[in-house]
Design a protein around this ligand. Structure first.
Ligand code: ADP
Ligand code: MG
Length: 578
């Protein structure tokens, strides 16, 4: 049928829309970043599909994004000649919440009140397409899917429903038209606003594109009107006469940051590029930029975030966040082959010259070259941790606080050399408030101390109150407090470090000199009856009652068998229902 159909937005979209429209204090500029990033994604997708179906992209055609500001009608257009959308895709992508980022935004908003109390939310998550409604009271999307000649027009006022109708004469790609809000229009539940007409000004647009989209690799262009001296037939300026000319100007610099010489890149440029990649508005903690030459050529630009993202522990989102490019073509945004899951918070880009362009996402998995790259990225990242630990201890401690639990997954998953990860781990300790490394622990070991003492528990206070500490502390020996839930799993694999055994204080046999042991066994014989009586009255609770040499002041303590689980581990398992 050739007439418009009205559809209701998915309930969650309505929630997003109302958050977006009513969060008055948010940085509205980012709507343009979101729409340009969608246009750029659409161009990437077209280029990717054209690798296997060259008819989609006629030779010689250039891909790009064009902005058009129509001051008379108050309309800003963002046009791309990318992949476009079919009718089904329009419904699925713009009527429901397609992006996982948007879903996470909703969750975070639900936890943190209504968007206006969390002005940074939209910036952090990039609500994507719906951010257009921050500045527009009506949005029209005209689109034609590559490989088809059917065009559609989608239109909505952001008020709960949208319309779709067939549209004639569209060429491949998508045009998003924003009817910008007029000043003072809001009022229902907000003060009169300044409106959004400033987004028709050349300098505003230029500035926003430079700020947020400079690294977009496709050109973002705009027709710019200039008054220039009028030229005569020979091309020489005629004195005193001017004319107005319009030229399509490219607003972004386009040069991918990773392709520039390392020494030339400023901290500001890194911060901006990091933001462009991640939507994280905090500055990155550090950057790693390196290349490999020889049989496998690639360049990597990786960042360590300074703050943990909200979905760090989301079990459905454990893949690497590094994008893979092959000769400037984006092959995969979150390429899980590039980094193991314990480094999933590392963000960045790898561009490889030697992979075939038509590599499919499926065959990537089996490509040994990616394994080779991964190995190097892991090595470089662990070296970066070590460098931070050494040179910026305070920042590293904060970083560890945010990401340590994830990094330790690398120990129990066996993804990398345990020893290398163990070297950069920080632990709480009886030595003081500050966290310590295993190397520092070993340096402080007392004469005659043979093992690294550790004790697991729910928190510092619980561990500090444990009678198990008494005898080691009396000998002035340090104890590491393993109070992160994953530590129990870490201990299963990390049983020694620097040739010292790591021994939990609550496991089986304590370290005991021979004469102490003899004395204890003697006493045990002597009091056989007493111990036996205790044993039989506690029969269901414990497997053995015996004297111990590890206490100083407390009368009794519970320990686990030598190969058994610690009490803390048992509690953890019980809590998780096992
Ligand atoms: P995200 O970009 O994170 O997926 P958005 O809300 O920004 O989420 O966009 C939703 C979806 O709409 C995109 O995933 C894409 O499929 C589609 N889309 C948006 N803009 C365009 C465009 N210019 N061309 C083609 N598809 C688009
Ligand atoms: Mg988007």
């Amino acid at each position: 049928t050739a007439q418009a159909e009205t559809h209701a937005f998915e309930a969650e979209v309505q929630q997003v829309l109302s958050l977006v429209i009513h969060s008055l204090y948010t940085n509205k500029d980012i709507f343009l970043r979101e729409l340009i990033s969608n246009a750029s994604d659409a161009l990437d997708k077209l280029r990717f599909e054209a690798l296997t179906d060259s008819s989609l992209l006629p030779e010689g055609e250039t891909l790009g994004i064009v902005l058009d500001a129509d001051k008379e009608r108050g309309v800003l257009k963002i046009a791309d000649n990318g992949i476009g959308m079919s009718r089904e895709e329009l419904v699925a992508n713009l009527g429901t919440i397609a992006s996982s980022g948007t879903r996470r935004f909703l969750q975070a908003a639900a936890e943190g009140g209504d968007g206006s109390e969390r002005p940074d939310l939209i910036g952090q998550f990039g609500v994507g397409f719906y951010s257009a409604f921050m500045v527009a009271d009506e949005v029209t999307v005209e689109t034609c899917r590559a490989g088809t000649d059917e065009g559609y027009r989608w239109r909505s006022k952001g008020d709960g429903s949208y319309e779709i109708e067939p549209a004639e004469g569209l060429s491949r790609g998508t045009v998003v038209s924003l009817h910008l809000r007029q000043p003072g229009e809001e009022g229902e539940d907000g003060p009169a606003s300044e409106g959004a007409l400033k987004y028709l000004e050349e300098w505003t647009l230029r500035d926003i594109v430079r700020r947020y989209s400079d690294f977009v690799e496709h050109p973002v262009q705009m027709e710019i009107e200039r008054t220039e001296p009028k030229l005569d037939d020979e091309g020489k300026p005629i004195e005193g006469e001017t004319e107005s000319v319009t030229k399509l100007e490219t607003l972004n610099s386009r040069k991918p940051l990773w392709a520039r010489p390392k020494s030339e890149i400023t901290d500001e440029e890194h911060a901006e590029f990091y933001r462009h990649l991640t939507h994280d508005w905090n500055e990155p903690l550090s950057s790693m930029h390196f290349s490999a030459e020889g049989s496998l050529e690639y360049t990597a630009l990786l960042y360590l975030p300074s703050k943990a993202p909200m979905d760090l522990f989301d079990p459905s989102n454990r893949d690497s966040n590094v994008s893979l490019y092959v000769r400037r073509v984006l092959i995969q945004k979150e390429c899980k082959e590039l980094l193991p899951s314990f480094l999933r918070f590392v963000r960045g880009v790898v561009e490889c010259a030697d992979l075939p362009l038509n590599v499919s996402r499926e065959t990537l998995q089996d490509d040994p070259r990616l394994g080779q790259i991964q190995k190097r990225l892991v090595k470089k990242t662990l070296e970066e941790f070590a460098k931070l630990l050494d040179q910026k201890r305070e920042e590293y401690a904060e970083f560890w606080d945010a990401f340590g639990s994830v990094i330790k997954e690398g120990i129990w998953s066996g993804d990398a050399e345990t020893e290398k990860i163990a070297k950069i781990c920080l632990f709480h300790s009886s030595n003081g408030e500050a966290m310590v490394t295993l190397d520092e622990y070993i340096e402080r070991m007392q004469e005659g101390q043979e093992v690294i003492h550790v004790l697991t528990g729910a928190d510092r206070a619980t561990v500090e109150a444990s009678p198990l500490l008494e005898s080691v502390m009396a000998k002035n020996e340090e104890v590491l407090y393993l109070i992160d839930p994953v530590d129990e799993w870490v201990l299963q694999r990390l049983t020694e470090y620097g040739e010292k055994k790591i021994v939990p204080l609550d496991r089986g046999d304590a370290q005991e000199d021979d004469d102490v042991k003899e004395k204890r066994e003697e006493l045990q014989k002597e009091h056989e009856g007493f111990l036996g009586a205790l044993q039989s009255s506690l029969d269901d609770e414990v497997s053995e009652v015996r004297f111990t040499s590890r206490l100083k002041d407390s009368p009794a303590v519970l320990v686990a068998g030598a190969g058994g689980m610690s009490g803390h581990m048992e509690r953890l398992l019980k809590r998780s229902g096992q």
